[in-house]
Design a binder for this molecule. Structure first.
Ligand SMILES: Nc1ncnc2c1ncn2[C@@H]1O[C@H](COP(=O)(O)OP(=O)(O)OP(=O)(O)O)[C@@H](O)[C@H]1O
Length: 218
């Protein structure tokens, strides 16, 4: 059942979680965001929709600290986020259009690398569980260059779950996924939210979960 997704719903007061205040952004000579406020608390999902070029990716990159807005501020857990903020970066699970995986490594090696980068000890059993959750455990030993785009996307999503960051910022997570993988991802996202995680998802295909929806007009 689709939850009550409210388009451009009123923004709750900023508090624990992610808050953006007065975000403005120009790109390619166009104003994409003008004084945007948003706040997201534990267990909340924001879906960002809009036509091609309306600014979904740009907004996610601003929220991830990868792109500086022309104006506005960002805060996380009530503290301001500054460029290159390591405290904030450790809390984000960011997945862009590109999967950010090495094509020369297999899934286990990619996941182990990601765990090491995150300062954790690689755990093959945990990696196997995450790959199994996305139905790609049997392909786990194959270099990614020999896998399909959808299989690679599944592995990138398994990495997201494995790293267990509280704030997910996801750009078109359903790209290249079939119906089974879409259902797996939706279930994993619901589990993340139930556990108090937060998520901002840019999508052309609304997820069947209780959420707020931000419609960008571009
Ligand atoms: N690197 C860049 N330099 C200059 N302008 C850019 C750059 N990347 C994007 N833009 C501009 O920003 C606008 C918004 O792009 P963005 O990728 O955020 O849109 P989007 O809503 O994610 O689109 P899509 O649905 O196609 O993924 C684009 O129309 C483009 O004009």
């Amino acid at each position: 059942m689709r939850g009550p997704a409210e388009a451009n719903a009123p923004v709750p007061a900023a508090g624990q979680g992610l808050a953006a205040c007065g975000l403005s952004l120009h790109r390619g000579g166009r104003q994409l965001l003008a004084g945007l406020d948003l706040a997201l608390g534990p267990g909340e999902l924001l879906q960002v929709c809009g036509a091609n070029g309306s600014g979904k990716t740009s907004l996610l990159r601003v929220l991830a600290g990868l792109l500086a807005p022309a104006a506005g501020t960002l805060s996380w857990q009530l503290l301001p986020v500054r460029g290159g903020d390591a405290r904030y970066q450790r809390c984000i699970g960011y997945l862009g259009h590109a999967d950010g995986l090495s094509a020369d490594l297999d899934a286990f090696e990619n996941l182990a690398y990601a765990q090491r980068l995150a300062g954790a000890r690689p755990d093959r059993a945990e990696a196997l569980r995450a790959l199994r959750d996305f139905g790609v455990d049997e392909a786990g030993g194959t270099p990614l260059r020999r896998l399909s785009q959808g299989q690679r996307r599944r592995i990138a999503l398994a990495r997201l779950v494995l790293l267990a960051r509280p704030l997910w910022l996801l750009d078109e997570p359903l790209a290249a996924l079939d119906a089974a993988a879409t259902a797996c991802f939706t279930s994993q996202l619901a589990t993340h939210l139930r556990a108090g995680g937060l998520a901002v998802v840019a999508t052309h295909q609304l997820l069947d979960l209780r959420s707020r929806v931000l419609q960008l007009e571009g």
